[in-house]
Design a protein around this ligand. Structure first.
Ligand SMILES: NC(=O)c1ccc[n+]([C@@H]2O[C@H](COP(=O)([O-])OP(=O)(O)OC[C@H]3O[C@@H](n4cnc5c(N)ncnc54)[C@H](O)[C@@H]3O)[C@@H](O)[C@H]2O)c1
Length: 436
């Protein structure tokens, strides 16, 4: 098989992060620390993962970056927008995720990253307000200011390519409206300051218009509307999202496929969290929480397929709670209680207590998604990149399809996509050839 033609990963890549909070600062500081040999990229598939090629007997398992041309960490340059004007060092100290002693060692690099003024409107994130905000007559003006920031950044750092990841706060719950239907209706809505266009869509529009790959790390409605998907195919821009799969949902999508594989029934799944960072504060607002809740709850329905297994999963009671509890900061604690049913209907219980670090789980995902989106762009893959579902709680997908949530199917899809790009045989796990 011949592979897909991929432009080499030469030159520098600008990583544009919207929001310079816990996830962004942990990503940036992590990359800089790794680059300097101060830490290891644990959790990153692009940096540590391998992909088996050929038969099990061949012993070929290159690392991701040896297999497909990925940008090197040394070539990444970070830029960000935020409503607060703290530089990246100060923002990382506020986030409180990375130890002060490590931050001190990379302080000059972090201090050089100062956020550009944000496109922000409190009606979409009720619990926040800050001084570093752009002014514009219309949302179209604001999008043009974002494009100007991007172009200046590109020139200033002599960048070859760019990617954008929304790492801003979760916006209020919104559904698709007529303004989101076509590129024309969307652009008209930008001119008219239509409330159907939240701040996140202004950034997404700016990126996609410029052909810059775009991912949404949060659950809000952003690039997953027909107008922006059409714009992405016009500008040949790859899209990915949404809502990073970390913490409790990561564990859920690891455990649920296992229970289903063994045909164990699930009567109830009660998930609760305590979280004390700014994200937790934003999610304390019912409208932002609704966006998150929808994203977290859909996972089990798709994995367990109650329509195919009504006796096992039809009456599943799935409850998700997030409680804002400041003393914990970014160190979230999640509890899951799962009520199971086994052979002859005997009940069992499984309890999971995950003391995780939200942004430590999120940062390698932001890095991988940025590198893979840059790869997709160079491989001329545009529109929704379903093979990146692996990283997201609510994978964006084509209309009429159901999203794939099972972490192991998602991983297989991702690795097979890399094999396909390289012109290697796809792995089906049939394995008959070893016994013939
Ligand atoms: N940490 C995780 O594991 C995780 C997992 C899934 C999703 N997320 C989502 O990722 C996002 C970031 O999480 P976080 O923990 O870094 O939150 P955070 O509150 O620490 O950071 C978000 C930052 O975005 C800024 N912001 C908000 N609106 C903005 C706008 N319009 N323009 C520019 N900046 C804006 C805020 O000022 C803040 O600094 C949240 O939406 C969160 O729900 C996080």
């Amino acid at each position: 098989m011949s592979g897909i033609e991929i432009t080499p990963a030469r030159g520098r890549v600008g990583v544009l992060l919207v929001g310079l909070g816990a996830v962004s600062t942990t990503t940036i500081a992590g990359v800089i620390a790794i680059r300097k040999g101060l830490a290891r990229p644990i959790g990153s598939l692009t940096q540590m993962g391998t992909v088996r090629l050929g038969k099990r007997t061949e012993g070929r398992s290159p690392r991701g970056a040896e297999m497909v041309p990925l940008a090197s960490l040394d070539d990444l340059v970070f830029g960000a927008w935020d409503i607060f004007d703290d530089d990246c060092y100060a923002a990382a100290r506020t986030a409180g995720v990375i130890d002060a002693s490590l931050l001190e060692q990379i302080r000059p690099e972090l201090e050089r990253i100062r956020p550009w003024p944000a496109v922000f409107d409190q009606r979409y994130v009720k619990r926040l307000d800050g001084p570093n905000v752009k002014k514009g007559r219309t949302k179209k003006d604001l999008a043009e200011q974002v494009i100007a920031d991007i172009r200046n950044f590109k020139t200033e750092h002599a960048l070859d390519r760019l990617v954008m990841v929304w790492c801003g706060s979760t916006e209020v719950f919104m559904t698709e409206s007529p303004a989101h239907e076509t590129i024309e209706s969307f652009e008209h809505a930008l001119e008219e300051n239509d409330p159907a266009i939240p701040s996140s869509m202004v950034y997404a529009y700016a990126a996609i218009s410029e052909g810059i790959p775009y991912a949404n790390a949060a659950p809000n409605l952003t690039a997953d509307i027909p107008a922006l998907v059409s714009l992405a195919s016009r500008t040949r821009t790859p899209l990915a999202g949404k809502d990073l799969k970390t913490g409790q949902t990561l564990i859920k999508t690891i455990v649920a496929p296992g229970l289903k594989a063994r045909l164990l029934g699930v009567q109830g799944w009660y998930s609760t969290n305590i979280l004390g960072n700014r994200d937790g504060e934003v999610l304390d607002d019912p409208e932002s929480f609704k966006t998150k809740e929808e994203s977290k709850k859909s996972v089990l329905d798709y994995i367990l397929q109650p329509q195919l297994y009504p006796e096992l999963y039809e009456h599943l009671c799935h409850v998700v709670r997030i409680n804002y509890y400041p003393p914990r900061g970014d160190n979230k604690e999640g509890w899951d209680n799962i009520d199971l049913v086994g052979w002859l209907g005997y009940p069992m219980q499984l309890k999971i207590n995950f003391l995780c670090r939200d942004s430590i789980l999120a940062a390698p995902i932001v890095l991988d998604v940025a590198l893979f989106l840059d790869l997709a762009r160079r491989a001329n893959m545009y529109g929704i990149q379903e093979w990146l579902s692996f990283y997201f709680k609510s994978p964006v997908h084509a209309p009429g399809l159901y999203p794939e949530h099972d972490l192991f199917i998602q991983l297989m899809k991702l690795k097979n996509t890399l094999r396909h790009l390289k012109g290697e045989e796809l792995i089906t796990h049939l394995g008959r050839e070893y016994y013939d």
